[in-house]
Write a protein that binds this ligand. Structure first.
Ligand code: BGC
Length: 351
């Protein structure tokens, strides 16, 4: 059980970013207060050999250029808002558009580019780090002064728990997540297409040509989208199925099955080679399965290994994308009288 803080690097304006290591003696998470990024997550394989499972860059510099949100906390609104526009109580808001006309992952400057305050570091059986950041009214076009806190904890049973809290003084959409790219092999030079994935979701939200949900909740049964029982990620990824063509793989929100449990297990990934298994628990209604489709080897990853397509998967727990426009999706608006809070755990063992 230990907590350590070291210097990660300096931002162009001279401010120092830190790197915090949380360890329970078996698994070890390294998190920076720059963007709240998970820099490394070292987990043993079936032979007890530890490796880092998170794709990303070497040092702070790689995270400063506009990248693929590696390991970062995403907000104010994870995933897409069509045309970057929405209306609240008759008033129109325009969010900065950073993907054609779309606002992706909070606009041009999201919470992933903020230097968060380190509020608390706690040692003990479950070492934790509490980060906080402030987003002023109007930032990126969003209404309301937003205060966000995220607590990262390495749990006693080998989980990385992420708890999200936010309050706004005006009604505003909130959708926070973490964008870790997991490679359970612990080898970024290998793809993850043989990983067995199961997602407890009977439906998903199909997308249009701009990757915006159409509003439909489509059944996965009988389609390549079906992960209701464990299936190698690569089995159907190249299927002749329109939804998989433009995104070049899975890049879809799954509608998680209702559960009576407070924090249900919503997905499970197993890597046959290393034996590592990751279970995901969350109380959010959706999860974005993204199979790192747009990594094309042009960005350099850790230890000089280029970041390649399908060499990782993201399971981003969230509200459904573009929920600001879809009355049939869970309500994404928070503010006075409705604070935001949820929990996700990525838990590891040998399957
Ligand atoms: C999105 C992808 C996007 C990626 C950016 C994912 O959450 O669904 O479409 O390319 O983030 O890294």
């Amino acid at each position: 059980m230990s907590v350590q803080k070291t210097v990660f690097g300096r931002l162009p304006d001279g401010r120092q970013a830190d790197l915090i290591t949380l360890s329970n003696g078996r698994i070890e998470a390294q998190i920076s207060n720059y963007g709240g990024i998970i820099y490394q997550l070292c987990v043993p394989d079936k032979a007890g050999k530890k490796a880092n499972l998170i794709l990303g860059h070497d040092g702070l510099e790689g995270y400063l250029v506009k990248g693929d949100y590696h390991g970062a906390l995403i907000g104010r609104y994870a995933n897409r808002i069509a045309k970057g526009r929405f209306t609240i109580d008759g008033k129109d808001y325009q969010i900065t558009q950073n993907e054609g006309e779309t606002a992706l992952h909070g606009g041009v400057t999201g919470l992933n580019q903020k230097l968060w305050d380190i509020v608390e570091l706690k040692d003990g059986e479950e070492p934790s780090l509490t980060l906080a950041c402030f987003s002023p009214d109007g930032e990126e076009g969003f209404p309301g002064n937003l205060r966000v806190q995220v607590v990262y904890t390495v749990t006693a049973n080998d989980g990385l728990r992420i708890e999200y809290f936010a309050q706004s003084d005006k009604k505003t959409p909130i959708n926070l997540t973490n964008h870790a790219y997991f490679n359970l092999k612990g080898d970024p030079a290998q793809d993850i297409l043989d990983n067995l994935l199961c997602i407890h979701a009977d439906a998903y939200t199909p997308i249009d040509a701009d990757s915006i949900p159409t509003g439909e909740l489509a059944p996965v049964q009988g389609t390549p989208m079906d992960f209701t029982s464990p299936k190698p990620i690569g089995r159907d990824i190249c299927a002749d199925f329109a939804q998989l063509k433009k995104p070049m793989g899975y890049d879809h929100n799954y509608v998680l099955n209702a559960s009576k449990e407070e924090l249900p297990c919503i997905a499970e990934v197993q890597d046959p080679q290393s034996g590592r298994r990751m279970r995901v628990y969350t109380d959010q209604p959706g999860v974005q399965l993204y199979t790192a489709n747009f990594l094309d080897g042009s960005e350099m990853g850790k230890n000089g290994v280029p970041l390649q397509q399908h060499h990782a998967l993201c399971l981003e727990t969230q509200n459904f994308p573009d929920s600001v426009h879809q009355p049939g999706f869970p309500d994404p608006f928070y503010g006075p009288g409705r604070d935001y809070h949820y929990t996700t755990i990525y838990q590891f063992d040998i399957g």
